[in-house]
Ligand binder design. Sequence first.
Ligand code: G1P
Length: 298
Amino acid sequence: MTARVRKAVIPAAGLGTRFLPATKALPKEMLPVVDKPAIQYVVEESVSAGLSDVLMIIGRNKNAISNHFDRVTELELNLQKKGDTQKLERVVKSQELTEDIYYLRQGDPKGLGHAVLRARAHINNEPFAVLLGDDLIDARESLLTTMIDEQEKRDATIVALMEVDPDQIHLYGAAQVEETDDPDVVKVTGLVEKPAKEDAPSNLAIIGRYVLKPEVFDVLERTEPGKGGEIQLTDALEELAADDSIAGGVYGVIFRGRRYDTGDRLDYIKAIVQLALDREDLGPGLRPWLKDFVGDLD
Ligand code: G1P
């Protein structure tokens, strides 16, 4: 049995170029999905899976993120005076999620693998989760908890996998897998970062949730830049998948639930519509309007 995962790492140092000019002065992680910044959903997911120690790897120009998870006394007093408890609750929620948020600057953005390696001193020698902010997992799902349970049970590295359209696999890390006796868990025997459709070992894509073992840091230290000239986490995991003796191999938890991609503009718009439709305060107003609007489209 290994130690239960307690810590999460959230890389938030991407440049967000797909959303320019919105991300010229604003970190992409702060773009609102309905009325909450994307990164708040991710921290909420982490905390509700029991991981309240959160390390964010941030880049330049990311002070808005730390401000968001801090108090804003002036605003709070103002809302208190007005007796607007509903808004006050929304304001303090991000700060009250956890007291244990830590920030580390990545320096040069040299890729996801490099960002994760920066977490080494904070994580030390225990298993930990990595959550990527472009993928939002619906709060009603328990993907991360399942992955943590599998990590504990198998003492291995765990990635979240989801079937995607083969035309989309070039946007993801793709996994070569073998069945296990659990239909929702596969053994990962190989990984390729963003392969062309014809080179992909399957249409099982890594979605942005990982439960890693500290051995990954040694592998990342020696991982050469890969796709896009960046140090890829997928390449380090490929090494761990190829040799079970390093850290017990890699397993994939197949996710079939609700996931919202906020990584590009089109998916971001879809995510907002889907999440808003589900909301009690906005759904009833949006639904009939949307039906009408769609009915009028040709
Ligand atoms: C990263 C990873 C990729 C993974 C994806 C999930 O890519 O490198 O393996 O499939 O996240 O969202 P990015 O989307 O940051 O380019």
